[in-house]
Design a binder for this molecule. Structure first.
Ligand code: MTE
Ligand code: MO
Length: 343
C-alpha cells in the first residue's frame, strides 16, 4: 500500500504531536555494544525448538511490509513508517512455543542489556515485526539497525533496538524503562498509559506540599493542582507526569529536575528556574514564563503555545533559552517561541 504520511487519516493518540516531516528523533541508547561480525538472533526460553538465526536466515521467512505508526512516550509521533522485515508470529511458529509461554522478552545488544517485554498474546495480536528496512533504506544503526522490533499500537519504548534475543517466558520480566523510569507496562497510546500508577500516599503528598521542599525527592505523578507553591524548591526532584496546573509557582527552582510530561498549564512561573531540567513533553500553555530560566533544559516535545480559548502564554526576551536547545521543539512550537522571544 503506497503511503503518504501527511495524508494519514487516523487521528493521533491523545497528547501526541507529529514530528517534523522527515525527522525521526533518536531516543534512549545512542549506540549498541560493538556489533558482532555476524548478527544473530536467539529465539529461546519456553520453546520446543530453540533457534539461532542470522539476518540471511530471517530473509527466508515470508516478507512483511507494513506501514507502522510510532508514538514516543515523550509525545512525538510519526505515521506510516514503511517497515520491511518478518512477523514475530512466523519466527515463533518455527521455534514451537510451549503451552506455558505467556510473555515475550526482548533483549538488545547493548552495554546495559536493554530489554523490554510484552504479553505474548498482545505481541502477536498487535502484529509485532522484526524490522531491517524502513522507508526503503536499511535500518540505520541509530535507530536499531541492523535489526529491531516494531510493535504497532504500543508506545515506542516497547520497540527494541539492536535485537539480540527473543525469549518466551512464563512470568513477565519488567524491561529497562519500565523498571528504571516507571514507564507503564501496557503502554497503550490510545489510553495514554505513559507511567505506572504513582505510589504516593495522600499523607506524603500533603506533607510535601506543605513543606514546599521537593528537592531530590521522587514524587512522580504528584497532584499539586492549584496549590500555593511560590518559591518551591524542587531541584533535582523526580516529577515525571506531575500536575502543577494553575499553581502559583513564582520563583520556584526546578533546576536539574525530571519533569517529563509534567503539566503546568495556567501556572504562574514568573522567575522560576528550569536550568538543566528535563521538561520533555511538559505543557506550559497559558503560563506566566517571564524571567524564567530554561537554559540547558531538554525541551523535546514541550508545549508553550496557548490554547485558542485559554489565556495567553507570557513569554518574552526576559525568558532565557539556549538557542540550540530550541531545536528539540516541534515546528509550530518553535515558531511560537521564536516569535515571542523576538517580540
Ligand atoms: N536497545 C534499546 N532499545 C530501545 C531504547 C533504548 O534505550 N535501547 N529506547 C526505547 C525508546 S524509549 C524509544 S522512544 C525508541 C526510540 O527509537 P529511535 O531512537 O529509533 O527513535 O526505542 C526504544 N527501544
Ligand atoms: Mo520513548
Amino acid at each position: 500500500m503506497p503511503h503518504d504520511p501527511n495524508s494519514h487519516s487516523a487521528p493521533l493518540p491523545p497528547g501526541q504531536q507529529l514530528a517534523a516531516r522527515g525527522r525521526w528523533p533518536q531516543v534512549g541508547e545512542r549506540e549498541p555494544e560493538p556489533l558482532p561480525e555476524v548478527w544473530t538472533v536467539e529465539i529461546a526460553g519456553l520453546v520446543a525448538n530453540p533457534l539461532t538465526l542470522t539476518l540471511d536466515d530471517l530473509r527466508t521467512f515470508p516478507r512483511a511490509d507494513e506501514a507502522i505508526d510510532i508514538h514516543c512516550v515523550t509525545r512525538w509521533s510519526k505515521l506510516g513508517l514503511r517497515c520491511v522485515g518478518v512477523r514475530l508470529a512466523d519466527v515463533l511458529q518455527r521455534a514451537a512455543p510451549l503451552a506455558a509461554a505467556q510473555f515475550v522478552g526482548f533483549t538488545a545488544h547493548s552495554t546495559r542489556r536493554h530489554d523490554t517485554s510484552l504479553p505474548l498474546a498482545d505481541a502477536l495480536a498487535l502484529g509485532t515485526l522484526l524490522v531491517w528496512e524502513v522507508d526503503g533504506r536499511p535500518l540505520a544503526v541509530d535507530h536499531g539497525g541492523p535489526l529491531r522490533t516494531m510493535v504497532p499500537g504500543r508506545y515506542f519504548y516497547k520497540s527494541l533496538k539492536w535485537l539480540k534475543s527473543v525469549r518466551l517466558l512464563e512470568r513477565d520480566e519488567l524491561g529497562f524503562w519500565e523498571r528504571e523510569a516507571g514507564y507503564h507496562n501496557t503502554a497503550d497510546p490510545a489510553l495514554s498509559q505513559r507511567y505506572m500508577a504513582p505510589n504516593l500516599s495522600r499523607l506524603e503528598v500533603r506533607a510535601a506540599l506543605k513543606s514546599k521542599n521537593f528537592a531530590g525527592r521522587e514524587l512522580r505523578s504528584i497532584d499539586c493542582r492549584g496549590h500555593e507553591l511560590t518559591g518551591l524548591d524542587a531541584r533535582g526532584a523526580l516529577l515525571r507526569d506531575a500536575d502543577f496546573r494553575d499553581c502559583p509557582l513564582a520563583g520556584a527552582r526546578f533546576d536539574g529536575a525530571n519533569l517529563s510530561n509534567a503539566k503546568f498549564a495556567g501556572a504562574d512561573l514568573r522567575g522560576a528556574s528550569f536550568a538543566g531540567a528535563d521538561v520533555e513533553g511538559a505543557d506550559f500553555a497559558g503560563c506566566e514564563l517571564r524571567e524564567c530560566d530554561f537554559r540547558r533544559a531538554s525541551l523535546f516535545g514541550a508545549t508553550f503555545r496557548a490554547a485558542d480559548s485559554g489565556p495567553p502564554t507570557r513569554l518574552d526576551r526576559s525568558t532565557l533559552f539556549d538557542l540550540a536547545t530550541l531545536d528539540a521543539l516541534m515546528p509550530n512550537e518553535l515558531r511560537y517561541v521564536r516569535a515571542a522571544l523576538e517580540a
